[in-house]
Design a protein around this ligand. Structure first.
Ligand code: HEC
Length: 261
């Protein structure tokens, strides 16, 4: 048994070995590029078999190109970055990756998107759970208030909320209003009046043309009777009656009902 080793299209083997045997292929003698090793095994009866092994020789510097890939379809002007490296066998570093400014590889994007999607899903789940919680807490607190029959805590939070959402844009969070445009609610006569009729009426039915503390306001105060419930109006009235140094008797939702008509 013997193996004849041919290189490329050579007619004569460049080596004949008795298997198993190591032989040396000196690529320095070959040009850079594609080559083929052809191994022909001849057994004692003269029967042969053949194996072809294509390989690529690259003894020169390696070339990296960005901006164009093999078999690309291009149009117009294309910017192509070319780079070459003279690394030798046995070099411990990898100059190709170190020196070539390469775009972020696809797998990194996929990994990033995966982690991002997971994070977004996690946040969505977490928010959903948080939304579900206050419902339970609210029920519990309403029950507790109804049970202990103390209405105080009930309107304080609601009042601040209604004021912040509906009134503070004009009357300002400080209750100081805007000079000549929106009246201050601090020290306002209707707000401090023990009889809450004017206070509630202004909110339920709106107000225009009233001289407040000697000042005429050009714009009207819009009516909120249709937008706010009796509880919300009572709450915001109480909020205004207890904020910013104001100290006036509190009202209930029943007081508002009486003034709606
Ligand atoms: C679009 C601006 C605006 C918003 C919003 C607004 N107000 Fe007024 N408010 C006014 C103006 C203007 C006046 C004065 C009207 C006048 O005298 O003609 C006024 C007057 C008042 C007065 C004084 C009534 C009086 O007789 O002196 C009270 C109390 C009051 N607003 C409460 C509220 C409350 C409570 C809210 C929220 C539910 C609210 N306002 C929302 C503009 C606004």
């Amino acid at each position: 048994m013997r193996i004849e080793v041919y290189l490329d299209d050579a007619v004569a083997p460049f080596q004949t070995i008795t298997p198993p045997e190591t032989f040396h292929l000196d690529t320095n003698a070959l040009s850079d590029g594609h080559h083929e090793l052809r191994l022909v095994a001849v057994d004692s009866d003269g029967v042969t078999s053949e194996r072809r092994m294509p390989f690529t020789v690259q003894n020169g510097p390696s070339i990296a190109v960005h901006g164009l890939v093999d078999n690309d379809t291009v149009a117009g002007e294309v910017a192509v970055l070319a780079n070459a490296y003279g690394s030798k066998i046995g070099d411990a570093f990898e100059p190709r990756r170190i020196e070539t400014p390469a775009p972020i590889p696809t797998w990194a994007w996929v990994l990033f998107l995966g982690i991002f999607a997971w994070g977004a899903g996690y946040v969505a789940l977490e928010l959903e759970q948080r939304d579900a919680l206050p419902l339970v807490a609210e029920d519990a607190s309403t029950d507790a208030v109804a049970a202990s029959d103390t209405a105080t805590a009930d309107w304080a939070e609601l009042g601040a909320q209604v004021y912040g959402n509906t009134c503070s844009s004009c009357h300002q969070p400080s209750g100081a209003g805007l000079a000549g445009v929106f009246p201050p609610l601090t020290g306002n006569a209707a707000v401090l009046d023990a009889d809450p009729t004017d206070h509630i009426n202004a909110i339920v039915h709106g107000l225009s043309g009233k001289l407040i503390d000697g000042v005429a306001y050009p714009g009207p105060m819009p009516p909120f009777g249709a937008l706010l419930s009796d509880e919300e109006i009572a709450a915001v009235v109480n909020h205004e009656r207890t904020q910013w140094g104001n100290d006036a008797p509190l009202v209930t939702a029943a007081d508002v009902v009486g003034l709606r008509n």
